[in-house]
Design a protein around this ligand. Structure first.
Ligand code: G4P
Length: 530
């Protein structure tokens, strides 16, 4: 296929991004408002929060319920301002952080939501850290300005220090909580006043070319006007002016203020987003860099979702199209399995509707029905053997030994564990000394989920023994002789991950430090790609 103008236009139109936040900062609310603007939903409340609500049901039954709705909200596509926007949903619960990390490999930019009262929280830090590993462009939205919170400048300091982002405010609040009057849009130089009913009307936008104009005093009162003038003056002195190149390189993060629930400041965010956010970016593979405008299809699987019905073991693999045009009923190469594969019912996601697609472009996400052929990270091409990079595993936080409770059903247990790990529910490590299986997760909830799903979907039962492992570190061998010594001494702490990569399971921070000091011929990494 020749590269033509319409193909380029399709690529240029795509904006694929993720919204990340600490639970409760307002990610679901903001997503919903964006979808309302895009006309993808008509009423508020249509997007189900995918967070685990504190409720009477036990946590893991709640997870099963969430699993049912999260397919629908995995990708939400809509058109706005002439752009095709794909929002990739990320699980809110911290125990599912791994899932979020992987989704972040499929986006081109992110919006971070921060609660004005709580500031930078634990989960925000982790997710921004992962985004920064790939220099993903980041926009910050400070939410809940209708409530009392931290001082704007203190918050910007916190964002710079705790998240390591160079910020550049593009909007600025006039008061907050009871005194919240609106936001001054620095990007477009206009003042938007907050109305009591919470709607953001076109009439409320007053263009202020000159902040010294007395109209400002009339609109928001002399004291607030004076404060705003001083604040904007300070901003101009301390913060760099917005530079799109710096933003695109992940070096500068614009900050917006607003209140998602009141739909305030959201349109400014979205209007700016469609102007500045990057179209589909090139992707790195072990062999070469893939550019979206290349005519041959490439894509990779970043998420796998199992069917809820145990009788139907099919799953949906989420493919990010990286280059070329994905076409239905066309033969492609499944690189890892080295065989041809074609898809008769690929689905696209328009808000909560799913529909069969005939064509998909770079930046788009396609859902592929899969009977167990895919694992996370798999690539699809038109024949080229390329291996996508940038989907690393991180050290889990909790480790348990799997104990089979039914020796006659070992095969089922093995198959179940393998498939659940392919889905990315947790990480499996097989010990070098005795082949025992260890599961590693970010949070305790997954252990219950795995046990439940093994029983219900595979008829296998297991229990766990808690292991005191501090970290899993991926081993890079610099010197074979030194590695052999290390292997002989530490065999009981060495395992292989599901890609047969060697991993050292350090018992404590101290043993990790000692190992690093004693064996200079090996290098230990906290992620599987180095
Ligand atoms: P999350 O996805 O990041 O976890 O957050 P979510 O949008 O579910 O919002 C968490 C809570 O914060 C919700 O209240 C939501 O209504 C509230 N919220 C979101 N944006 C704003 C805002 O701009 N101002 C104020 N004051 N609150 C906001 P909840 O009581 O936990 O849930 P709900 O019963 O309202 O759904």
């Amino acid at each position: 296929m020749a590269i033509n103008a319409s193909f380029r236009r399709e690529i240029e139109k795509r904006r694929t991004f993720g919204i990340i936040s600490h639970p409760d900062a307002g990610k679901t609310t903001l997503t919903e408002k964006l979808l309302l603007f895009g006309g993808a939903i008509q009423v508020a409340g249509a997007v189900k929060s995918n967070k685990i609500k504190r409720s009477a049901t036990s946590d893991f039954m709640e997870i099963e319920r969430q699993r049912g709705i999260s397919v629908a909200t995995s990708v939400m596509a809509f058109e706005y301002g002439g752009k095709m926007i794909n929002i990739l949903d990320t699980p809110g619960h911290k125990d599912f952080a791994e899932d979020t990390y992987r989704t972040l490999t499929a986006v081109d930019s992110v919006i971070v939501v921060i609660d004005v009262a709580k500031g930078v929280e634990q989960q925000t830090k982790k997710l921004v850290e992962v985004s920064r590993m790939r220099d993903t462009p980041i926009i910050v939205f400070v939410n809940k300005l209708d409530r009392e919170g931290k001082d704007g400048f203190d918050l910007l300091d916190e964002i710079e220090q705790d998240l390591g982002l160079q910020v550049c405010p593009l909007s600025w609040p006039v008061g907050m909580g009871q005194r919240f009057q609106g936001v001054y849009n620095i990007f477009e130089k206009n003042l938007i006043l907050f109305s009591a009913h919470g709607k953001q009307e076109g009439d409320d936008i007053t263009k202020i070319q000159d902040l010294n104009s007395p109209i400002l005093d009339q609109l928001i009162g002399a004291q607030a006007a004076e404060e705003l003038r001083n604040d904007i003056h300070t901003i101009q002195e301390i913060y760099p002016a917005f530079d799109r190149e710096d933003y695109l390189q992940g070096k500068l993060s614009p900050v917006f203020f607003g209140s998602a629930i009141n739909n305030f400041g959201v349109k400014e965010l979205l209007d700016c987003f469609v102007q500045i956010a990057p179209p589909p970016l090139p992707r790195h593979t072990e062999e070469r860099i893939i550019r979206p405008e290349e005519d041959r299809l490439t894509g990779f699987v970043f998420k796998i979702h199992a069917n809820m019905d145990p009788k139907h073991r099919d799953r949906i693999a989420f493919l990010r199209v990286c280059s070329g045009i994905f076409r239905r009923n066309t033969n492609y190469l499944h690189v890892r399995q080295d065989r041809k594969i074609k898809f008769s019912n690929p689905t696209a996601f328009m808000a909560s509707k799913k529909s069969i697609v005939d064509e998909a472009y770079p930046g788009d996400i396609v859902g592929l029905y899969d009977s167990g052929n895919f694992i996370i990270g798999d690539g699809i091409t038109e024949g080229e053997k390329i291996h996508f990079k940038g989907i690393p595993q991180f050290s889990p936080e909790q480790f348990r030994l799997v104990i089979n409770q039914d020796p006659l059903r070992y095969k089922q247990l093995h198959k179940g564990l393998t498939q659940l790990m392919d889905e990315g529910v947790a990480q499996l490590f097989v010990k070098e000394d005795n082949n025992q299986k260890i599961i590693g997760t970010v949070g305790a909830l997954q252990f219950d989920v795995i046990q439940y799903r093994l029983q219900h979907e595979y008829g296998a039962s297991c229990t766990y023994e808690t292991l005191h492992i501090y970290k899993a570190c991926w081993i890079e061998i610099l010197d074979e002789e030194d590695y052999k010594k290390f292997y002989t001494r530490k065999k009981k702490d060495i395992a292989k991950d599901k890609h047969d990569q060697l991993v050292y399971l350090a018992e404590s921070a101290w043993s990790l430090k000692m190992t690093q000091e004693n064996y200079l011929g090996i290098k230990l990494h906290f992620k599987s790609e180095f």
